[in-house]
Design a protein around this ligand. Structure first.
Ligand code: GRF
Length: 200
């Protein structure tokens, strides 16, 4: 059984998808902890309902970003799971944290990377006028949404879509593909070859 810690900042529907998948035995892993930067995150409620311990590092209670990041690194080292999953964690991880856990941090992004990295990916896709978008699970590296890609899923962009309707369509796929990527990781089926990911 692999140990997984999830970082989330808000609603936590991807976190919930992992809770449900773990409970259903979909992957050989257990969610050991939720770490959040937001004391009002609905994800906290989901963790409590599932009996998962929560670490709240309230970003606004720190004197600055560096102090917050130092505390986060300490928390992540103390927790030291096999895998960290960023599931709607809305901050960039500093290099020191990325380097501390090589090949052990996954992120879910609501676009087909390398298109539309960063914030508001679904809005970027609608405004650009692409006909297909989707979601990407990737390893976290020191860039923003630039790490090696593990899995991607497509959805159509329909006539009349706005940010919300497209986001809702993508979210359904996010929940599936994130659980699938965690499964591959927990089963030891992912190999990093340079910046490419091989799945066995
Ligand atoms: C998801 O679209 C995720 O890809 C993005 O933020 C959203 C978080 O949703 N980075 P939730 O908190 O998992 O419901």
């Amino acid at each position: 059984m692999k140990e997984i810690a999830v970082l989330a900042s808000g609603r936590g529907s991807n976190f919930q998808a992992l809770i449900d998948a773990a409970r259903a035995g979909y992957f050989p892993g257990a969610i050991a902890r939720l770490i959040t930067d937001n004391p009002d995150a609905y994800a906290i409620r989901r963790a409590k309902d599932a009996g998962i311990p929560v670490s709240v590092l309230d970003f606004s209670s720190f004197p600055g970003r560096m102090a917050y990041e130092a505390a986060l690194l300490g928390e992540m080292e103390a927790c030291d799971p096999d895998l960290f999953v960023l599931a709607g964690y809305m901050r960039i991880l500093p290099s020191a944290i990325v380097r501390a856990f090589p090949g052990r941090i996954l992120n879910i992004h609501p676009a087909l990377l390398p298109s539309f990295p960063g914030l508001h990916a679904q809005r970027q896709a609608v405004e650009y006028g692409v006909k297909v978008s989707g979601c990407t699970v990737h390893f976290v590296d020191e860039g923003t949404d630039t790490g090696p890609i593990i899995l991607q899923r497509c959805v159509p962009v329909e006539e009349g879509d706005d940010e919300e309707t497209l986001a809702a369509r993508i979210l359904v796929e996010e929940h599936r593909v994130l659980a699938e990527a965690v499964r591959l990781f927990c089963e030891g089926r992912i190999r990093l070859v340079g910046r490419r990911v091989e799945v066995r």
